[in-house]
Design a protein around this ligand. Structure first.
Ligand code: TXA
Ligand code: MG
Length: 321
């Protein structure tokens, strides 16, 4: 942040130009950018000082590893020590797209980017602006979701401004995110591919090409495979209640779902499909917080396809985890 005298502060640069935003990455700064899942907060993966700034700007716990983003398949080899057979199948079928593979990390990646883990998450977004931005950066870019830690992920550039204005160098403006929930994360380091985080690429879609894929079940004793899932996530300030026919106070309550439940609320969002529900959820959480809503009632949907990822985010928001 550039200070001009006592009170006058030049804040984060807003731009439509992927090249302008990439210039900040090339010079060691932080730039937020759109992807098809949610907006990311980027830094050059090989620049340890820049990577450290991400943790500061987001107030992110240092034990939560970052996902590296590439423009081209060949750049994956800059990040992982080897591409396993399962990783290759996922790359062939789902890159570019809303899927992150976890593989063993190459020695060139600084430990800070992966929170000291010897593995790294890699993703190749399919969003056109993200592609132009990453190409112009000329390096893989680590990027967590561009929100303050614990807040809902940003699905619009306005949400990035809300959380990070003045804390980062640049925001590359794009359209609202097409999917609205974060990528599916799959651990490809073992014999059995494990889904660490659900997303819009569903278990069913992955099982069609990797029949032995499973959801990772954390146990009490084993070290968590996806440290990020330990931290508080996806939460508005308001209390989130899944379904819940009881309404505390209609004036301070909101509802989101695909069907009305007939009751009165201060804010109601009825979506045309589960896809739209997923796309709107985080933006709705933020809107509720701005309006001082105290309880958000969320309709339960079948946990298939993107419904599984949606229910995962709702449960985390409802439990405050
Ligand atoms: O869709 C997305 O993935 C977005 C966009 C910006 O690409 N990014 C995103 O990043 O959601 P973040 O940092 O908010 O979430 C990354 C998740 C965390 O749950 C983290 O623990 C997990 O991925 N993760 C990252 N690297 C990992 C690794 N090496 N091993 C296991 N889990 C990892
Ligand atoms: Mg996040």
């Amino acid at each position: 942040m550039l200070r001009l005298g006592e009170n006058l502060t030049v804040k984060t640069v807003l731009t439509d130009s992927p090249e302008t935003a990439a210039e900040f990455i090339r010079s060691g700064g932080l730039a937020a950018f759109p992807t098809e899942t949610v907006y990311g907060l980027g830094a050059n993966v090989f620049d340890e000082t820049a990577v450290a700034k991400i943790f500061d700007a987001k107030r992110r716990p240092a034990d939560n590893p970052l996902i590296a983003h590439v423009a081209r398949r060949e750049d994956i080899l800059l990040l992982v020590a080897q591409v396993t057979e399962t990783a290759q199948v996922l790359i062939d079928n789902f890159f570019p797209g809303p899927l992150t593979i976890v593989g063993s990390k190459s020695a060139a990646v600084p430990a800070m980017a992966t929170a000291g883990l010897d593995t790294i998450g890699v993703r190749m977004p399919r969003n056109e602006i993200a592609f132009r931005f990453l190409s112009a950066c000329g390096t893989p870019v680590v990027a967590p979701s561009a929100n303050l830690s614990g807040r809902p992920s940003p699905t619009t550039w306005h949400a990035v401004v809300e959380d990070l204005d003045g804390r980062i160098d640049c925001i590359l403006k794009g359209d609202p995110a097409e999917i609205g929930l974060e990528s599916t994360v799959v651990d490809c380091t073992g014999d059995i591919p494990l889904i660490l985080r659900t997303g819009s690429i569903s278990l069913e879609q992955i099982a069609a090409v990797l029949p032995n894929v499973r959801h990772y079940e954390p146990t009490e004793t084993a070290a968590p495979r996806s440290p990020g899932l330990r931290h508080r996530h996806y939460s508005p300030r308001a209390k989130v209640v899944i379904d819940g026919s009881r309404i505390d106070d209609a004036d301070k309550s909101a509802f989101i779902g695909v069907n009305t439940n007939g009751a009165q609320f201060a804010l109601i969002e009825i979506c045309e499909s589960v896809d739209e529900y997923a796309r709107e959820l985080f933006g709705f959480f933020r809107k509720c917080d701005r309006r001082g809503i105290e309880t958000i009632y969320c309709e339960e949907v079948p946990a298939t396809g993107i419904g599984a990822a949606l229910m995962d985010r709702l449960r985390r928001a409802a439990s405050g985890k």
